[in-house]
Design a protein. Structure first.
Lengths: 524, 230
């Protein structure tokens, strides 16, 4: 029996109630002694009136005794009291007294009927009484869990949780010792014990670690007999607090072995489950807050990109227009000194590089924004290649050799993005190939993918470096002198191709150089 | 520009851009009018009848596309639109509203002057585009409706020739799919982009050196096509 059975009488814990509760506990634990005692007591009380009334009427008094025994001692008490009452009735109140002999046959019928009625009434009373106790227990459990949940929902500071939980555990289970181990964010766990031990019992700590490691659902709690504060044979429960993704901790409860019952086990489990639900709720709330922060960052990033886009590009556009305007004076206009022209030419080159770099940074930010979407449509890959080549200066375009097979099926792509991805590869190949060498651009079908490739005659890329070149801000040690790069071009290419469901990789080219390839799924 | 210098109205809310454009255009012999808002632009256009309008799409008091459409209803001067990269929808809308070409910021003085010259030439010459257009190894004779490539005649269907003639008459200028469809097939076919794509694909097979990688008839994604002479 748990402390909760009498929880209904909370608030009226006077001495009589406590005595009554103790009596009720004792009688249900000792049904036969209770039955015997009640029958003996009642018989003793009735004995002075022996022979004062009809023999059959004593049976009515004994029915009351059976009902009382059923209430106090349950079903076994009811049956035992019925049998004992039949014996006592016959022995003390049916003549000849003090023998079990019966002279009148009709009394046999009375005794048999009494035995049947007494047993049935007794059993019914006992069952009803048991249900009543169970209902009280459930009600008590519910009230306790409600209280626990409402205290946890207040919401408490993390540091207050152990006190709240252990208070309820002590109130509900009356353990000889209990403890709560909660995992810390930074690793390890915090312990809270009731009562505070002088040192952590090694055996208990080991079992707690086992419970942590097992991380099994609550139904498979560890249950051991061992030495606890209550003595040699305590019932020790280790309840892991396991959420869907995380072990939050372990609740440890030690009960004196005579206090441990299925209902205390159930209650301990319910407390652990309520605590787990609370901790999981807390974890999810934190996660949602994190996600909100991320979304906020994404929004800020978009706003930043748009603002930078405008604020950087406007002065760049005017500087570019002005400088290039000076470099291309109208026919008949006075010519600038050659030294000034050469300086202006350098400025124009720097401005173009700045334009490319700003473009790279903005593109990367855009690609990394989760809200950014492709705008795909059906195109032939040759249209994209043609567009990329048309964007190159005429003298550079002459260095490109084409190797595109005919009748390549259409691909569903964001034309501008794929053109950007390919442009980066072509630009890269032109940078690393000697100026006398050509760069080859090709496309072909392979299974249900279209493969596009760009081959240079540069120094080649060692296998170990092939993954690294696609990292953001990667700078190759073999970048020709005088060239600069944001180190974003290939990262952008990979991001774009990946978003299209394709992949990028590098192969060796013959006789020297590298071949960059990317695949795109065929449309439809 | 033989007699009076051509006048250009520059409409942009950014002062730096207006200054740069004025410097480039005046040093190349054009008369320049400046407007910082749609309201100023309309007034300047009405008072001084410019020969060309350079119009930025972002204006403080009106939508640049709406302004292009409004100006087009009462002014015949060509309109060159300035826009930032990536605004495909804006470009199409501006071209369909009546703009004649567009330029993406940032641009060089050379690019700007080339567009300005091309647009002015077209508007001055009117229908008098050259009868024979030459680009690379391609020769297009508009009056005799003949096309030759590397000296050899290429047989085109009527539709293919009409598309090519329209594109080549507007070299390096993006034409929207709607413009081409309306011109070649008629207004009721304005939305039939797939038909246009099929015909362009056939045209490329006949005139391009590398039929799968076009050099002359380039795709302008989401917008239309452009005849490249670069």
């Amino acid at each position: 029996m748990t402390a909760l059975e009498s929880d209904g009488q909370r608030g009226a814990r006077s001495a009589p109630v406590r005595v009554w509760r103790a009596t009720a506990e004792w009688t249900s634990a000792h049904p036969y002694i209770t039955a015997l005692g009640l029958v003996a007591l009642s018989t003793g009380c009735m004995l002075p009136w022996q022979g004062s009334q009809d023999e059959a009427q004593w049976g009515l008094w004994y029915v009351l005794v059976v009902v009382a025994s059923a209430s106090l001692a349950g079903e076994r008490g009811a049956v035992a009291a019925a049998l004992l009452a039949v014996g006592a009735w016959n022995y003390f109140f049916i003549p000849p007294y003090y023998t079990f002999r019966i002279d009148r046959p009709s009394l046999w019928i009375d005794l048999t009927v009494f035995l049947l009625v007494g047993t049935v009434v007794g059993l019914q009373t006992a069952v009803r009484r048991r249900r009543e106790r169970e209902a009280l227990t459930r009600e008590g459990e519910t009230r306790l869990l409600n209280r626990l949940l409402s205290e946890l929902a207040s919401p408490p500071a993390t540091a207050e949780i152990p006190d709240i939980v252990l208070d309820r555990v002590q109130e509900a289970l009356r353990p000889c010792e209990c403890a709560l181990y909660l995992t810390r964010r930074e690793g390890g766990f915090n312990r809270s014990w009731r009562p505070q031990p002088v040192s952590w019992p090694a055996e208990t700590e080991e079992r707690v670690s086992e419970a942590f490691a097992a991380a099994r659902p609550l139904e498979a709690i560890g249950r051991h007999s061992g030495r606890a504060a209550c003595g040699e044979h305590a019932e020790m429960l280790f309840l892991p607090l396991v959420g869907p993704e995380k072990v939050f901790g372990v609740l440890y409860v030690a009960l004196p072995s005579d206090e441990a019952s299925d209902s205390s086990l159930q209650l301990a489990r319910a407390i652990a489950r309520a605590l787990t639900a609370h901790l999981e709720h807390d974890r999810l709330r934190e996660r949602v807050a994190d996600l909100d922060t991320l979304a906020e960052i994404d929004n800020l990033k978009s706003a930043f990109v748009n603002s930078v886009s405008h604020e950087l590009k406007t002065p760049l556009a005017s500087a570019m227009a002005t400088v290039t305007g000076l470099l291309e004076p109208a026919p008949g206009a006075p010519k600038l000194a050659p030294a000034v022209l050469s300086e202006l030419d350098a400025v124009a080159r720097d401005l173009r590089r700045l334009e490319v770099n700003i473009g790279d940074l903005l593109d990367m930010s855009r690609l990394e924004n989760a809200a950014w979407r492709l705008e795909p449509d059906s195109y032939e890959i040759g249209e994209v290649i043609g567009s990329v080549l048309a964007g190159l200066p005429a003298r550079v375009r002459d260095r490109i050799e084409l190797s595109v097979t005919e009748s390549i099926p259409a691909v569903c792509v964001d034309f501008r993005q794929i053109a950007r991805a390919l442009h980066n590869l072509v630009d890269n190949a032109l940078t690393y190939s000697p100026e006398s060498e050509s760069v080859r651009v090709g496309a072909r079908v392979l299974g249900d993918a279209v493969i596009v490739w760009v081959e240079d005659r540069g120094p080649g890329i060692p296998r170990a470096e092939r993954e690294a070149v696609f990292q953001k801000f990667y700078h190759s040690p073999s970048l020709p002198r005088g060239r600069s790069s944001t180190g974003l071009g290939l990262a952008i290419t990979r991001e774009i191709v990946t978003r299209h469901g394709g992949k990028v990789w590098i192969e060796d080219a013959e006789p020297n150089g590298s071949r960059f390839l990317f695949s795109l799924p065929v449309d439809g | 520009m033989a007699e009076a210098p051509a006048s250009v109205l520059v409409v942009d809310d950014e002062e730096q851009i207006r200054r740069a454009l004025r410097s480039i255009l005046t040093s190349n012999g054009y008369g320049v009018l400046l407007a910082a808002s749609a309201e100023e632009a309309v007034r300047a256009a009405a008072e001084s009848k410019p020969d060309l309008i350079v119009l930025d799409l972002t204006l403080p008091d009106a939508d640049g596309i709406d302004l292009a459409g409004e100006l087009r209803t009462w002014i015949s001067a060509p309109i060159l639109v300035l826009s930032v990269r990536g605004g495909d929808a804006d470009k199409i809308a501006a071209l369909d509203a009546g703009a004649d070409d567009y330029l993406t910021k940032p641009f060089s003085a050379g690019e700007l002057l080339a567009r300005v010259r091309a647009l002015l030439r077209r508007s001055v010459a009117g229908a008098g585009t050259p009868v024979v257009i030459v680009a690379g190894d391609l020769e297009i004779d508009l009056s005799r409706r003949r096309v030759s490539k590397g000296g050899e005649e290429v047989a085109l269907t009527k539709t293919e020739f009409d598309i090519l003639a329209m594109l080549a008459s507007n070299p390096d200028r993006v034409l929207t799919a709607r413009m081409i469809l309306e011109h070649v097939w008629g207004p009721e076919y304005a939305e039939d982009r797939q038909t246009l794509r099929v015909h362009v694909s056939h045209l490329r097979k006949k005139i391009e050196s590398h039929p799968s990688v076009p050099r002359y008839v380039l795709t302008e994604p989401g917008v239309g096509f452009v005849f490249s002479t670069k």
